[in-house]
Design a protein. Sequence first.
Length: 408
Amino acid sequence: MEDAFIAIIDGGAQKQGWCQGGAGGMSGATSGTGGTLASLARIAALIRKESYQVLRDPSSIIVGIVMPMLLLILFGYGLSFDVKRVPLAVVMEESSDEARELAAGFSLSEYFSTIDVKTMVDAERMLKTAKIDGIARIPADFARDLALGKAEVQVVVNGTDANTARIVLSYAQGAVGSWAARHQADGRLAAGVPQVAVETRLWFNSANNSQHFLVPGLIVLVMTLIGALLTSLVVAREWERGTFEALFVTPVRPIEILLGKTVPYFVLGMLGLGLSIAGSQVLFNVPMRGSLLLLIFVSALYLLVALGMGLVISSVTRNQFVSSQITLIVSFLPAMILSGFIFDIRSMPEVVRLISYIFPARYFVSVLQTLFLAGNVWSVVLPNAAVLAGMAVLLMTIAVRSTQKSLR
């Protein structure tokens, strides 16, 4: 047993009095200022013990420090909703200057990787065999129809992935619109040809960069891993090894045990938060339009919720394998799927939307994305922060009571 752990054992009389419900020496030891100081000393000893254990456990360091940066890099660079280099077949049924310039508009776009195809039959065959994702057909008499004001360009897209299909269609429309705008500016379109100007504007993410949307959500995964998963595994491991039973004969109280378990992992989680915020700014240039202090405060609330969830699960199961499985089901997977981090909650069925209100990650993701991309929108931040605070109080209360039952 560690020296810090031995230091909290005060004496036989106090042990006996505490084990009997505090009727003896414990009542005198905990009265007044002396009792408060003794309680703080025991909490400090437990924190030192847990901190030594964290430093000696490579898995804690990996989850708390290495994992946040690894997730940030993998998801930030690897996970993107932007569609680029789409293989597109360009079918030119005439070789006029206007047709070649329009075809060049597709080939010069960063969103397309064009392939020149002679006929629609060949292009449709390539689309069926998944060699391309779309076809842009410039029909015969395109130049003549353009002069008459009724030119058309046909775009065919593989609709297997509906979201990708919509994005590719919008890119194709943008390429045609850019070509038409250049011709209008140069005065090369015939007089009287109807022109339609489409004005688009993107709020909060003017660069239309999905990394600005995804990277803030990664903080949810980092905090969930450190707070819920790591805590539940460590505490359940101590139940398996009998370390918790050794605490039964010491003067420490349940609340002191929980503080000793919570503080080191809270510090580790805040360190992971700092690394994630720094990475979002340095690696991905994600804008921070809200208050950094407010972001830290709400993140601390969510971390307390995750810690409370891990403590409750571990105290109920007392088994590492069962604890890890339950934690993944009730914390990590909902943080990934039902929080709005990747999938839009509004597009989910009504029943699933109602279920998502149970999980704290939903509220944390909303606050993160608001503070990063929109700013201090108090009508969004305050209600979600209040829900997280309520969940933190509830889970910590349940953790204290479940620990009290186990110590009696």
